[in-house]
Design a protein around this ligand. Structure first.
Ligand code: ARG
Length: 460
């Protein structure tokens, strides 16, 4: 067996079971690019500070570049007995360039190294997710643009409430996604402080320059407290919390579209390219992608809970438990990106069944609240107007009529405040046209929301 990089004080080698149980190379090789980036910054700083020679630095940088090339060409041998990504790269570097490689770990511990790598990885992941969020927003806005003017029932309690324009509804999701992107950027700003140089936990007496490595790696500043630097995992808790919120937004979208694709609603028709069939029922066409968007949100929440539970009992500073922090993050990122991408693809491949929607609109007295507003305009207190319209609805229910079917006599019988102009308020088209408050579903307001997003998302 090869001597471990930490083997000096040991008389026995670890058992195979322990080696297998404690390794992390099987998953943390994902960090290789960021590990190399961090090591290059560290080596340059060590040379500038006179802790290693210029020629040491040069051969370290060259060696690391060669290792990156090998990894990307699939020529690098990842060894389980070398435990993790950091020691795999360092040990291979030592084989390649000899003595200079043994100086690389000066004034560094894997504890600050792993966090530096992980933060750099998360920063990139945040950019990837933000790009996928924007992509979905664009798909939703385009869907809204191609359905301008389409009135759909709006629901509360999943009961018919008021008529709304479909673009208004779609843009509600775009707003949620915008806040998700904002939370990601926020999280990145807070995360972007550099742990490198905190070493094991206490810092070092060697004359390093933490500001130099921090800047070289694009961090805002070095972390102030070395113990905090190697123990901090709240940046990942925050990241996975943000991902969980995004996942829940997508899950709600998934639920709505699955519902709308049902025979009972029939409002939405997914194209065959985003549907799947049944192995037994020949007639089936299922909206599986959006069901799985809903379903996979469970993993994202699970990843967050794993991380929270992992950290809850840990004293300062580094504990090996923390090695378990990576897989949930990798899984969360991969899952959320997949959910965002497939939601965008679904949005690009659905049509709304205008005929079916149109036919459904008369049901449920969607114009009742607008009718109450009419009476307010005529001077009735709102509570009285509510009562009067309630009586009108009661009459409609008993005679199986729509509000607009009631004669002026019927209406006047209930309240003398009704006049011929009431018919300008009844029916879903009239009702939608009456909305005018800021942020409402009125067509002018929805048009200006659409303008806002088209400009903001640079849609042409
Ligand atoms: N593989 C470890 C992790 O991911 C790296 C840090 C190990 N440090 C240690 N002292 N064993 O957390």
């Amino acid at each position: 067996k090869e001597n471990k990089l930490w083997g000096g004080r040991f008389e026995q080698t670890v058992t195979d079971k322990v080696e297998k149980f404690t390794e992390s190379i099987s998953f943390d090789k994902e960090l290789y690019k960021h590990d190399i980036m961090g090591s290059k910054a560290h080596a340059s700083m060590l040379a500038k500070q006179g802790l290693i020679g210029e020629s040491d630095k040069d051969s370290i940088l060259k060696g690391l570049d060669e290792i990156q090339r090998k990894i990307e060409a699939g020529e690098f041998e990842w060894r389980e007995d070398r435990e993790d990504v950091h020691m795999n790269i360092e040990a291979t570097l030592t084989e390649m360039i000899g003595e200079p490689a043994k100086k690389l770990h000066t004034a560094r511990s894997r504890n600050d190294q792993v966090l530096t790598d992980f933060k750099l990885w998360c920063r990139d992941a945040i950019d990837r997710i933000a790009a996928s969020i924007k992509n979905l927003q664009v798909a939703m806005v385009k869907l809204a643009l191609s359905n301008e003017g389409l009135i759909v029932p709006g629901y509360t309690h999943l009961q018919r409430a008021q008529p709304v324009l479909l673009p208004h509804l779609l843009l509600a999701y775009v707003e949620q996604l915008e806040r998700d992107a904002g939370r990601l950027l926020d999280c990145k700003l807070r995360m972007n402080f550099c742990p490198l140089g905190a070493c094991a936990l206490a810092g070092t007496g060697l004359p390093i320059d933490r500001f130099m490595t921090s800047e070289a790696l694009g961090f805002t500043a070095p972390m102030r407290n070395s113990i905090d630097a190697v123990s901090d995992r709240d940046f990942v808790m925050e990241f996975l919390s943000v991902n969980s919120i995004t996942a829940i937004h997508l899950s709600r979208l998934g639920e709505e579209w699955v519902l709308w694709a049902s025979e009972e609603f029939g409002f939405l028709i997914p194209s065959d390219s985003v549907s799947t069939g049944s192995s037994i029922m020949p007639q089936k066409k299922n909206p599986d992608p959006m069901e799985l968007v809903r379903g996979k949100s469970a993993r994202v929440i699970g990843d967050l809970v794993t991380l929270l539970t992992l950290c809850k009992g840990l004293p300062l500073a580094y504990n090996r438990d923390l090695q378990e922090d990576k897989e949930p993050v990798f899984d969360s990122v991969k899952t959320v990106v997949g959910m965002l991408e497939v939601s965008a693809e679904f949005a690009q491949n659905i049509t709304f069944n205008r005929e079916r929607i149109q036919k459904s609109l008369p049901a449920g007295h969607l114009d009742a609240t607008t009718l109450a507003d009419y009476l307010v305009n005529k001077g009735l207190p709102f509570r009285t107007a509510h009562e009067v319209v309630g009586t009108c609805v009661h009459l409609c229910v008993s005679r199986n009529l729509r509000l607009e079917d009631l004669t002026l006599d019927d209406l006047k019988h209930i309240s003398p405040a009704f006049n011929q102009d009431v018919y300008e308020y009844l029916g879903v088209e009239n009702a939608v046209n009456k909305f005018s408050s800021y942020g409402s579903t009125g067509s002018a307001c929805v048009a200006s929301q659409l303008d806002y997003w088209v400009t903001k998302l640079e849609i042409s």
